[in-house]
Design a protein around this ligand. Structure first.
Ligand SMILES: [Zn+2]
Ligand SMILES: [Zn+2]
Length: 339
């Protein structure tokens, strides 16, 4: 049994996994697959070292099978196929008490603040579990977490059938946000510059334009009869997109900020006043977003596995992170943790 440990300074070590017997309220899982996320790349780059206890097993987009159940855990049995919502809220802070425990003020994200899923044997609180139907493969199961992010974003964007939506950024999350908005009946245009991602998003059936070739403001005006987009998802985290998002939203349109901006970008607040725009942040997911993601995945209406550009053993993690940082021909890489 092995695990991938992040040791700091852009170093991953593959070593023996130390199985932790499940305590009260916990379950032990045999991890099958674990996806690599932009967050993992961030972590690899040392941007979250202040949150990490070294060496730390990373990973949080997984699928697996329950191997053991701790004391007091009801409703779960050995052998069940599951995925994990990797959030451990405190339950006591003002946000938790107000019912927003997914953005708990002391939120522990499992895979950053606590050991993650890139290990064969992983012990987590039972409250994080979601059941995977037998019709979903473990590969699809490992994509439920990013799909749940997209479900949360689309829900907060209040997307309805017939809406015109623009998604700025066509990476894994952007492609999933667009797919879920499509699933809800919206017409969606994705803006992306990376040719590989453009091609892949098109293979998913998405309408994609390169903003360097297409004037986005003119396109949205033309396609909406001069109104503007009902909802704009900013998923790229780029300053150019932060400037663009207010230009393409309709009167009383919604802007959902999903992308992570390390520096405060320039945002045209005049447009918020002039068009009575509404902006909302969207972070992680709530349990119902996971259930929705599982239902959408099981519906087969999104060609989820097309997002997977590579599957590798644990040894392939570091080189996959390198490929991701070079921004090349990579979308979602899954790590096989069962070997
Ligand atoms: Zn992730
Ligand atoms: Zn809390």
């Amino acid at each position: 049994m092995r695990a991938a440990f992040y040791e700091g300074q852009e170093t991953i070590r593959i070593g023996p996994c130390v199985p932790v017997p499940p305590g009260a309220g916990e379950v032990q899982i045999h991890v099958s697959h674990c996806g690599i996320c932009g967050t993992d790349l961030h972590l690899f780059h040392g941007k979250m070292d202040h949150r990490v206890t070294f060496p730390q097993v990373i990973g949080h987009e997984m699928s697996g099978t329950i191997a053991a159940v701790g004391e007091g855990v009801g409703g779960w049995a050995t052998g069940e196929r599951v995925t994990v919502r990797p959030l451990n809220p405190c339950g006591a802070c003002p946000a938790c008490r107000a019912g927003h425990s997914h953005v708990c003020q002391k939120l522990k994200f499992i895979g950053i603040d606590a050991p993650g899923a890139m290990q064969r044997s992983w012990t987590v609180p039972a409250h994080t579990l979601h059941r995977l139907p037998d019709t979903l493969s473990f590969e699809q199961g490992a994509l439920v977490e990013p799909l749940a992010v997209a479900c949360h974003d689309v829900r907060l964007g209040e997307v309805r059938a017939g809406d015109f939506a623009v998604v700025l950024g066509g990476g894994p999350i952007g492609a999933l946000v667009a797919s879920v908005a499509n699933y809800e009946g919206a017409r969606v245009v994705v803006s992306e510059v990376n040719p590989f991602r453009i091609r892949l998003a098109r293979e998913l059936g998405l309408e994609v334009v390169d903003p360097r070739e297409t004037d986005m403001v003119a396109l949205v005006e033309r396609e909406t009869g001069g109104a503007g987009a009902d909802v704009v998802f900013e998923v790229s985290g780029s300053p150019a997109a932060a400037e663009l998002m207010t230009k393409i939203a309709r009167v009383r349109g919604r802007i959902v900020v999903v992308g992570i901006f390390p520096e405060p970008p320039k945002v045209d607040l005049f447009r918020f006043f002039w068009r009575e725009l509404r902006m909302t942040g969207a972070r992680v997911y709530e349990p119902r977003d996971f259930e929705k993601a599982i239902a959408i995945a099981a519906s087969g209406r999104i060609a989820l596995t097309r997002l997977i550009t590579d599957t590798a053993p644990l040894e392939g993690l570091e080189s996959a992170l390198r490929r991701m940082e070079s921004g090349g021909q990579v979308m979602k890489v899954l790590i096989r943790c069962s070997e």
